[in-house]
Design a protein around this ligand. Structure first.
Ligand code: NI
Length: 166
């Protein structure tokens, strides 16, 4: 027979997309709190953020963009999906200047200077620390998402705005 409880549990665990807040919302200019509990609530947030990221076809999404003021972000620039809890950008090296955008600033694009490479130190969804050496777009994205956790938007770092058709 059908196990109703298990069915109900798996239904509840289904991922959901969350609304992405746009520039002007207070949450996007707020300093986010460190995560201290690695529980189901965090896992649901991460699952929802992953779903939201892929649906929006972005490279990265930070928790304040969905109204949650915690130091959490997800990234996939085509080199594998990662979850960043309490991330730190260490050993920034070199420089890259390229066009950047943000899911919270639709139709706004501009050149931003970022380090070319860095070491990302963060925790995973179970609280385990990990370190990754990142370069190029991956490094750019990790810096962009970490900025979100300090209430900073890329538009304040742009040295030259561009129109989408250029
Ligand atoms: Ni962004």
């Amino acid at each position: 027979y059908i196990d109703i409880c298990r069915l109900a549990a798996s239904w509840r665990k289904k991922m959901a997309t969350r609304k992405i807040l746009l520039k002007g919302e207070k949450a996007l200019n707020s300093h986010c709190r460190p995560v201290t509990e690695f529980n189901d609530r965090l896992h649901t947030l991460l699952d929802d953020m992953k779903e939201t990221l892929y649906k929006a076809q972005g490279y990265g999404l930070a928790a304040p963009q969905v109204g949650i003021l915690k130091r959490v972000a997800v990234i996939d620039v085509g080199e594998g999906y990662i979850e960043l809890i309490n991330p730190e950008i260490l050993d920034p090296e070199g420089e890259q200047r390229d066009v950047e955008g943000c899911l919270s600033c639709p139709d706004v694009w501009g050149y931003v200077k970022r380090p070319y490479s860095c070491t990302l130190r963060a925790q995973d969804r179970n609280g385990e620390y990990y370190e990754m050496k990142l370069e190029g777009l991956f490094c750019r994205c990790a810096c962009h998402e970490t900025d979100h956790l300090d209430g900073k938007l890329f538009v304040d770092l742009v040295d030259e705005f561009v129109k989408p058709e250029e």
